[in-house]
Design a protein around this ligand. Sequence first.
Ligand SMILES: Cc1ncc(COP(=O)(O)O)c(C=O)c1O
Length: 388
Amino acid sequence: MPQTSLRLHQFTESVIRRMTRVANQFGAVNLSQGFPDFDPPPALLQAAARTALAGPHQYALTWGAADFRAALARKQSRCTGLAIDPDAHIVVTCGSTEAMMTAMMTACDPGDRVIVFSPFYENYAADAILSGAEPIYVALRPPDFAFDPRELERAFQQGPKALILCNPSNPSGKVFSREELALIAGLAEAHDCFVITDEVYEHILYPPDRHTYFAALPGMFERTLSCSSLSKTYCITGWRLGYVIASERVVREARKVHDFLTVGAPAPLQAAAVTALDFPDDYYVGLQALYQAKRDLFLGYLDRAGLRYTRPAGAYYVLVDIGEFGWADDVAFAEWLAEHVGVAGVPGSSFFREPVNHLIRFHFAKREETLASAGERLMTLREKVAKR
Ligand SMILES: Cc1ncc(COP(=O)(O)O)c(C=O)c1O
């Protein structure tokens, strides 16, 4: 029989999605894959119900329905301070997942190098392999996840075509400071490199931190491919609506990639989502407060369980330090935890290039009752480890 593509032998199935299956197998509270167990805003659901009857039900324009792009341009122009042209600067994609793949294939040729901060959202390594690019990893060192500017400069000296910036960051919860972003911008300019951002958590960060849109930094719009989505902001991870925003020159090419990858994002859901994109600023204030309350609730349980962790400044994940329990293998620990403590998380090693295996990632985009149930269970962890 013929061999399947060699590219695919370079990475495994997603550990995050596998941990969801492990959670289901053991009936564990699933804090592994980052999706909410509560409903999207009612106004959005009503809009979806209306569109289910009224349509559209056929393909939208391949780079996005006109009303969706217009609403997105209004919202993102307001948030970023940039003048985003719905006809020139936007490609609507199937989630940020496709946006990132489209951006990578638009920016890079096979053999090009791409800077990736480690720890990283696990899709980026696969995106790099699938687009034929070679990652250069730059460490974000726990517990504060700062990078060494000299290490970053050395990475730029290797002539990368692009840098991937996840801000706010999954899994670390890091929010890059303006100074860090300015440093990255300076290096990107000096080495004539694209910056591909993944900003799916642009509205989920905790005061005093504020989101800085990389593309809005002086001179950066032309070299930035900003990827984001509606998944996290409006609690609709299953709708698969995302986008790339970039200069006209770049968008012209990105549309071709997107067209041949997926033809387009779901037409009826784009129509319904216009309602969400037109929400007033209050919505985003409420969203932030909602997640801040969830973060504080869950961290309170971790404190009571005597667990150490890095306090997330953004996104909805926390990395818990399991080093004290003396496990050599975090994957085995995560499986044991799901089976015996009843909480599923993701082994930290799946996010790091370096040999880091003392962290487990939990997410807290869950209802209070779910977080309480997970928290109560985690409070038994110490005792269960001792009895093992
Ligand atoms: C950093 C990051 N990017 C992208 C995604 C996926 O986003 P989407 O649902 O828009 O494809 C996730 C989901 O967890 C994520 O954490």
